[in-house]
Design a protein around this ligand. Structure first.
Ligand code: ZN
Ligand code: ZN
Length: 277
């Protein structure tokens, strides 16, 4: 038994801890699911997971009693949960040695998200102030290591709630699709590729752009998409190289599934020490 589970059993002897999501859901009436419970998963040493639910107060007690490096907790988002926008932004530094400033990609995408979730263009503000306005709504957590850049953005003061995690995923995918299309369609003295709007998937658009990433980052500092606070040069930092040296998105589109688990603040993966904070 992990230390975390021992602590839970000491603090809350009647709490039921299960191995399967269906067992957890079956314990509960519909009413409990909709009220203020948090559903949590614990990552064990052997990579299995155990599940339980608690109130926010119980969770805070647990945080205070559990040593930091034993906090292998994730929140489970059910298909019935309304969700705020959240983004996992990550890539490996070794495969992206040409990126000097790792803030560019993250902050450019954050600004675009803020714009699309507020429907207001703060044209009258300086760029420096604009990131401050963005941070009034977004919480930015970081779990970067020397090998990996890793940010987690959470729309903590939301202007939009999504019906569920899958709907949020479609919104993010669509936003990226529009963004990539408008980069491809722009022309300037350094970038001009023949492009007809046809049935492209987002992956097709990434493949079309991949030979041009360096050019875009270097030269398109005064080129813009539909949004005037972020240059195409900055947005081009959202396209990165994966471990196989193929061009991909720094935004993880695989986190918008049913019963998705998100790591909690100041928690870790079993056996690692890059706390999310
Ligand atoms: Zn304003
Ligand atoms: Zn350009």
């Amino acid at each position: 038994m992990t230390i975390l589970i021992q602590i839970i059993k000491n603090l809350f002897p009647s709490k039921i801890i299960t191995h399967h999501i269906c067992d957890l859901v079956n314990q509960l009436s519909e009413q409990i699911i909709k009220s203020n419970y948090v559903f949590l998963s614990i990552e064990n040493e052997n990579k299995t997971r155990q599940l339980f639910y608690s109130t926010i107060e119980e969770l805070i007690t647990l945080f205070n009693h559990c040593p930091r490096n034993e906090r292998t907790l994730c929140e489970i988002i059910f298909p019935t949960n309304l969700v705020k926008t959240c983004i996992d932004f990550e890539y490996y530094t070794d495969n992206n040695l040409d990126i000097n400033d790792h803030c560019i990609g993250a902050s450019s995408f954050l600004k675009i998200l803020h714009f699309t979730l507020n429907f207001i263009d703060h044209k009258h503000h300086e760029n420096q102030k604009y990131i401050d306005i963005t941070l009034q709504q977004f919480l930015v957590l970081e779990a970067s290591t020397s090998q990996k850049i890793s940010y987690h953005f959470l729309h903590a003061n939301p202007t939009v709630l999504f019906e569920n995690n899958t709907t949020l995923g479609i919104f993010i995918q669509m936003l990226i699709h529009v963004l990539l299309t408008s980069i491809i369609q722009h022309t300037c003295s350094h970038f001009n590729i023949p492009f007809k709007l046809q049935k492209y998937t987002t992956s097709d658009l990434i493949i079309i752009l991949s030979p041009h990433i360096t050019t875009l980052r270097l030269h398109c500092t005064k080129c813009y998409t539909f949004y005037s606070h972020v240059s195409i040069s900055e947005i081009a930092h959202v396209l990165v190289m994966n471990k196989q040296n193929q061009c991909t998105l720094a935004i993880d589109l695989n986190v918008y599934s049913k019963n998705q688990q998100f790591r909690l603040y100041d928690c870790v993966k079993q056996g690692q020490n890059n706390f999310l904070r």
